[in-house]
Design a protein around this ligand. Structure first.
Ligand code: NAD
Ligand code: WQD
Length: 339
């Protein structure tokens, strides 16, 4: 298939491009580079043995720019990663987040339908479950209250896409609810490249291990979990990437609307991750216990059985692989994509 990948220069996008090409698909990337660099796409091409992926530096809110891309290419489906994703920043800049993520998706799906492409895979998030009513979380678990504008955009866009599909059954909409993506391509050439101080656990760990940060702050050790620290379902980004390849099956089968949890089904605490990282890499991660972070929940991990049953997908990598590959990326690229 020929796939439009919005946000393809980012962390999950770059890894997904590789898996799409390995599976025989053709791709075109649209990204405004607000949170990425062109260098990431250069490295994807290198990893694919020189395959040139057409790239358009276009903001998905730019209707004219996006329409031109559709005039030049006939797409079978779109994988829609483009969006702003920093939870804390979204609290400080709600309007920018709502504008970018909501308006961007409105323009994208309108341009898609005008050009006869009605197949979309949308990057949703475990955040839509809020403080989950059921653990492990199944897709039947009711959605919860999102404590930040970023999460709200994901939850609302799920509703928008659901309504669009309901109104026009020609649409196939796959909502992938990612749990906590970490890790990197085993080559160490592409990986997560956060701007400034990382919000997320793994980039904070790797930056501490490489000496860019003094110590990791562990946000709370009084949660009702086995060691008091927050428990999450970490998933290797390459597994996440192959989930998108598998999700194309739901589109080929014309499922209409389909929702899948994309996680491993295993929960690890913050201290479990620190220990696994130290063990896998033989490096120390100094840390100290800090107060809880506002908006955090105790435990979040999924039941990924539906993705296995319907898409034939399940995660292949474990926490040690994730820790090894995150570190391999960080130590080989202490400043990310900057030279
Ligand atoms: P990322 O920031 O690395 O990638 C997103 C890409 O979208 C960036 O390259 C950015 O430049 C681009 N972009 C943003 N707004 C744009 C716009 N208006 N027009 C064109 N391009 C735009 O993030 P990621 O971690 O690769 O996440 C990809 C998607 O998955 C996002 O939608 C994110 O919300 C979602 N998601 C991520 C996580 C996570 O923890 N990384 C978890 C759940 C869901
Ligand atoms: C994991 C655990 C923290 C940093 C976020 C978004 C979610 C999704 C994935 C996009 C928690 C603890 C963290 C640190 C710490 N993103 N922690 N010290 O909060 O589960 O999910 O990213 O959709 O929407 O909310 O991930 O990596 O920030 O935190 O102790 O410096 O690590 O308290 O228990 P989270 P995270």
């Amino acid at each position: 298939m020929k796939i439009l990948v919005t946000g393809g220069a980012g962390f999950i996008g770059t890894h997904t491009l590789i898996e799409l090409h390995k599976a025989g698909h053709e791709t075109v990337v649209v990204d405004n580079l607000v949170n990425s660099q062109k260098e990431s796409l250069k490295r994807v091409s290198e990893l694919l043995g020189g395959v040139e992926i057409p790239f358009y530096q276009v903001d998905i809110r730019d209707r004219e720019g996006l329409t031109k891309v559709f005039q030049e290419h006939k797409f079978d489906a779109c994988i829609h990663f483009a969006g702003l994703k920093a939870v804390g920043e979204s609290v400080a800049k709600p309007l920018e987040y709502y504008e970018n993520n909501m308006s961007g998706t409105f323009v994208l799906i309108d341009v898609m339908r005008q050009n006869g492409c009605k197949n979309i895979i949308f990057s949703s998030s475990a955040t839509v479950y809020g403080d989950p009513a059921i653990i492990p979380i199944t897709e039947e678990c009711p959605k919860g209250h999102c404590t930040n504008p970023y999460g709200q955009t994901k939850s609302m866009l799920e509703e928008v896409l659901t309504d669009v599909q309901k109104a026009d059954p020609e649409w196939n909409v796959v909502l992938l609810r990612y749990f906590n993506p970490i890790g990197a391509h085993k080559s160490g050439r592409i990986g997560e490249n956060p701007n400034g101080i990382p919000n997320n656990l793994m980039p904070y760990i790797t930056q501490t291990a490489v000496g860019k940060r003094q110590e990791l702050g562990v946000f709370g050790n009084d949660y009702p979990t086995h060691d008091g620290t927050g428990v999450r379902d970490y998933i290797h980004v390459v597994d996440l990437a192959t989930a998108h390849v598998a999700a194309l099956k739901a589109i080929a089968e014309k499922k209409g609307l389909a929702i899948y949890n994309i996680g491993t089904g295993h929960g690890y605490s913050v201290l479990d991750v620190v220990n696994a990282f130290e063990k896998a890499n033989g490096v120390k991660v100094p840390y100290s216990i800090k107060p809880r972070r506002a908006g955090d929940i105790a435990t979040c991990y999924c039941n990924p059985a539906k993705a296995l049953a319907e898409l034939g997908w399940e995660a292949q990598y474990g926490i040690e692989d994730m820790c090894r590959d995150s570190w391999n990326w960080q130590k080989n690229n202490p400043n990310g994509y900057e030279a």
